[in-house]
Write a protein that binds this ligand. Structure first.
Ligand SMILES: Cc1cc2nc3c(=O)[nH]c(=O)nc-3n(C[C@H](O)[C@H](O)[C@H](O)COP(=O)(O)OP(=O)(O)OC[C@H]3O[C@@H](n4cnc5c(N)ncnc54)[C@H](O)[C@@H]3O)c2cc1C
Length: 465
């Protein structure tokens, strides 16, 4: 055995580090194994926007309100006990981090931006993470981990679990010296999801995973899901991801992701395929539209269509709005005096688009529309004021919402609901909290912090028993 500890954590993002620090501070020895080798290794946490919200609401809102929001949007994708648990512990998670010296600030007048990691990442082209909130958080947690006598080992890629009978007793993997084995009473999978594993994304999310924009650190490689499955774990509903509607040009131009995005234009206007026809309810919001694009037979055949009024409202919203930043950043955008003209310029069916826009506009005065257009998140606006616009878009996948089944102690569950002894999962590796038909976005940072604390508390309790 090369490594031995009370707790072995797979992955050094926020989930892994929060759990390790909490456990280490209670006297347990935790070792975090991180596959990346760099001092400031990339992961979702390091490049995140740092917004601690719960279901796009202020994280300090009454738990009943948060729970109701999760259940209403996630439907059967959220386990009721997990929804209640996340809603009840979201504020506690933020307070715990504050207690560890992590600083938050108000990101905007919107209440769901009341707790943003400081310093915030500036709204600008391309990734901007050095010295920003996620980077500072991970470095602060590492300092606390070392101070508590535990450690993180970089360059250790975990590839499988060691089982003894029905119990998990360790992990195996590779580092620069070859194979290694680590044993512990408890193993925590916190590898950040499967968004960058083409085979798994192809199986669960999109027939053409290579046509999705990897709007992430490319570190969620699906190791956790695969090793948990091999150990007999159950998986939650796996079909949804958190993501945004991005410019198609972002596939080749790294300056065009993670921001600016097309969400705020698409949710006021319409999204169509090359035949000019709508294919989803834009009123459910940007992540929902991104999921709908990913499910198309060809996810690179989607276009957003809007008018001058939308360009000056939705197009101007947020810190780094689509208007003018997508235009100046090099995204393909066609404009013209008529819908027919922009359709021709974009290479989509002009008669089909004219007919679709007419029917969409008429629906705003009451006539029926297929697919329907709701205003759950954003009210639709008519497309009537020239100039008109059309732009090709793609689905940007940030992280997968489905994953390993857990309970309210973050213990990994078998399909029959029994926990696997010694095995935990936290963060974006887990499922049963977000997703569903309306693509409920609970919030990756809150989900990770809360599930990590659940796992640590449970391991501490078991160690004391
Ligand atoms: C651009 C972007 C913006 C975002 N903005 C927000 C936001 O504002 N608010 C919000 O709530 N959420 C946001 N998120 C989502 C949020 O950042 C994530 O959900 C959260 O950070 C996940 O944390 P994690 O610890 O589970 O995973 P990660 O932070 O991804 O960490 C997982 C770690 O595990 C390591 N790993 C993977 N496989 C192995 C292996 N086999 N062995 C060892 N190590 C392994 C990886 O290298 C990685 O370091 C954003 C994400 C992105 C990409």
């Amino acid at each position: 055995v090369d490594i031995s500890a009370n707790i072995v954590v797979v992955g050094g993002g926020i989930a892994g580090m929060v759990a390790a620090v909490r456990a280490a501070e209670s006297g347990l020895r935790a070792i975090v194994l991180e596959r990346n080798t760099e001092e400031r290794y990339l992961c979702a946490t390091r490049i995140s926007g740092g917004v601690f919200h719960c279901c796009i609401k202020n994280v300090m809102s009454p738990p009943e309100e948060l729970e109701a929001a999760i259940l209403a949007q996630a439907g059967d994708a959220a386990r009721p006990d997990l929804a209640k648990g996340i809603a009840g512990d979201a504020a506690k998670g933020v307070r715990w981090l504050q207690d560890k010296g992590i600083r938050f600030m108000r990101g905007s007048p919107d209440p769901w931006h009341n707790f943003v990691l400081a310093p915030p990442n500036l709204a600008r082209y391309g990734l901007d993470w050095k010295g920003r909130g996620g980077d500072v958080l991970l470095r602060s947690l590492e300092t606390l981990l070392l101070k508590a006598g535990s450690e993180i080992r970089r360059g250790h890629e975990v590839t499988g679990l060691l089982m003894e009978g029905d119990a998990c007793i360790g992990v195996k993997g590779t580092n620069n010296k070859g194979a290694f084995v680590a044993r512990a009473q408890n193993i925590l999978i916190a590898d950040g999801g499967f968004q960058s594993n083409e085979e798994l994304v192809g199986r669960y999310i999109s027939l053409r995973p290579q046509s999705l924009l990897q709007r992430n650190a490319r570190t969620g490689l699906g190791f956790g899901v695969k090793m948990a499955l091999e150990a007999g774990a159950g998986l939650s509903r796996m079909d949804a991801f958190y993501g945004h509607v991005q410019a198609k040009a972002a596939l080749t131009n790294s300056q065009l992701w993670p921001y600016p995005w097309w969400d705020d234009v698409a949710t006021q206007g319409i999204i169509v395929c090359a035949d000019g026809q709508r294919f989803c309810d834009e009123g459910h919001g940007g992540p929902f539209i991104a999921n709908s694009i990913a499910r198309l037979a060809d996810p690179l055949s989607a276009y957003v269509v809007w008018d001058e009024d939308i360009w000056n409202t939705g197009g101007k919203s947020r810190y780094f709005p689509a208007n003018p930043n997508l235009l100046t950043g090099g995204a393909e955008i066609h404009s013209g005096k008529s819908i027919e003209e922009v359709a021709r310029l974009a290479g989509i069916d002009a008669a089909g688009l004219v007919d679709q826009v007419n029917r969409y506009n008429a629906s705003l005065s009451g006539s029926s529309l297929t697919p329907p257009r709701s205003s759950h998140k954003v009210a639709p606006k008519p497309i009537i004021k020239a100039p008109f616009y059309c732009a090709p878009v793609c689905a940007g996948i940030t992280y997968t919402m489905g994953g390993i089944s857990i309970d309210r102690e973050s213990r990994v569950l078998r399909p029959d609901g029994d926990p696997i002894e010694g095995l935990y999962a936290a963060g974006a590796a887990t499922g049963g909290i977000e997703g569903g038909d309306r693509v409920c976005y609970v919030g990756g940072l809150v989900k990770s912090t809360v599930t990590a604390l659940w796992s640590a508390e449970s391991m501490i309790r078991h160690a004391q028993a």
